[in-house]
Design a protein around this ligand. Structure first.
Ligand code: F6P
Length: 326
C-alpha cells in the first residue's frame, strides 16, 4: 500500500439513507487494518475550513440505523474553483491525511475526480445517492430506502385516488434519472411513470391519455420524475386540466421525505459492503475509482466511467409497467 497511514472520510451532496452505515464501515474497516481515520465535516467545505476530527471505533457506534449523515453534508461551490481545491489540499497536508473516501453522488465524485487528478491524490468514491444514477453500479446507497418511502406514500394516496375516483400525479426525485419513478411505479402498482430517459422519444402524457389511463377503473396514479423541462407533476396536471377538464386531477410532490428515514436492510448491507470495500481498494493501491456492485459482486469503476456515462434504464421494466397496468 502506497504509504497510506491516515484516511479522511467525508459525505457530500444530497444526504441519502445508509450514508451513516457507510461511514461506520469505512471507519471500522480502516481501523481494523491499522489505519488512522479522520472525519471531515460538511463535505468538501470541511476541507476548506479545517473541520476535521480523529475518528475512533466509538465515533461510529449506534449510527447504522440512522438516516442522514453524522458528518453533515453540503454542496460546496468553492471546491469547484482551483483556489478552493488548493486550500483543501493545504488542509489535507496539514492534517496528515494520505487518502480520501468520498461518499456521495455524481457531483461529489466529479469533484473528487478533478482533485485527485490535480494533486495526484488517492481517492476512492462510494456511491451515496437516492437517484441511483451512477454508471457501473447496479444500485446506489439510499435508493432502496427512498423507493420504500415512495411506495408507502403512494399506497396511502391510492386510498384517496380510489375513493374520489381521481387522477393523481405524484412527483418523485431523481434529478435527471427515472429510476425512482419507474421502479416506484412498478412497486406501487401505479398506472404509469413519466421519466426523463424517454422525454425526447415520445410525449408520454399524450400517449397515456390516448390509451385512456386505466380502462378497468376510474382512478389513476402516475409517478412523474421531477423536471425543470416538463414542470414535473405540476406541469403534467396543468396540461391535463386544460385539455381534458373531465378528469379530477390532483398533485402530490413527495420532496425531501424521500431522502430521510432509517435505512432499509438492503441499504445497510450495501453501505457496509461498499464502505469496507473502499478501504480494501486503497490497500490494493486503487485510486480514482468508485466502488460499485454488479451481480452482487464488488467492482471498481473508474471515476471517468461512473460520472460520464449515462446509466441506462431497463426498457423491460417500462414494458412490464405497461403490461401490468391494463
Ligand atoms: O441528488 C439527490 C437529490 O435529492 C435529487 O434527487 C434532487 O434533484 C436534489 O438532490 C435536490 O437537492 P437539494 O436537496 O439540494 O434541493
Amino acid at each position: 500500500m502506497a504509504n497510506i497511514k491516515c484516511v479522511g472520510i467525508l459525505t457530500s451532496g444530497g444526504d441519502a439513507p445508509g450514508m451513516n452505515a457507510a461511514i461506520r464501515a469505512v471507519t471500522r474497516a480502516a481501523i481494523y487494518n491499522g489505519l488512522e481515520v479522520k472525519g471531515i465535516y460538511r463535505g468538501y467545505q470541511g476541507l476548506l475550513t479545517d473541520e476535521i476530527t480523529p475518528f475512533k471505533t466509538n465515533n461510529v457506534s449506534n449510527i447504522i440505523q440512522q438516516g442522514g449523515t453524522i458528518l453533515k453534508t453540503a454542496r460546496c461551490a468553492e471546491f469547484r474553483e482551483p483556489e478552493g481545491r488548493q486550500k483543501a489540499y493545504e488542509t489535507i497536508q496539514k492534517e496528515g491525511i494520505d487518502a480520501l473516501v468520498v461518499i456521495g453522488g455524481d457531483g461529489s465524485l466529479s469533484g473528487a475526480r478533478i482533485f485527485a487528478q490535480e494533486y495526484n491524490f488517492p481517492i476512492v468514491g462510494v456511491p451515496g445517492t437516492i437517484d441511483n444514477d451512477l454508471y457501473g453500479t447496479d444500485i446506489t446507497i439510499g435508493y432502496d430506502t427512498a423507493l420504500n418511502t415512495i411506495i408507502e406514500a403512494v399506497d396511502k394516496i391510492r386510498d384517496t385516488a380510489t375513493s374520489h375516483e381521481r387522477l393523481f400525479f405524484i412527483e418523485v426525485m431523481g434529478r435527471d434519472a427515472g429510476f425512482l419513478a419507474l421502479n416506484g411505479a412498478i412497486a406501487s402498482g401505479a398506472e404509469a411513470a413519466i421519466i426523463p430517459e424517454i422525454w425526447t422519444e415520445v410525449d408520454q402524457l399524450e400517449e397515456l391519455i390516448e390509451q385512456g389511463f386505466r380502462k378497468t377503473k376510474n382512478s389513476s396514479i402516475v409517478l412523474v420524475a421531477e423536471s425543470d423541462v416538463t414542470g414535473g407533476a405540476m406541469g403534467m396536471a396543468d396540461r391535463v386540466k386544460k385539455k381534458y377538464p373531465q378528469y379530477d386531477v390532483r398533485v402530490t410532490i413527495l420532496g425531501h421525505v424521500q431522502r430521510g428515514g432509517s435505512p432499509s436492510a438492503t441499504d445497510r448491507i450495501l453501505a457496509s459492503r461498499m464502505g469496507a470495500a473502499a478501504i480494501d481498494a486503497l490497500m490494493e493501491d486503487q485510486r480514482n475509482v468508485m466502488i460499485g456492485i454488479q451481480n452482487d459482486a464488488i467492482v471498481y469503476v473508474p471515476f471517468s466511467k461512473a460520472i460520464k456515462n449515462d446509466k441506462p434504464i431497463n426498457r423491460d421494466l417500462l414494458n412490464l409497467l405497461h403490461t401490468l397496468s391494463i
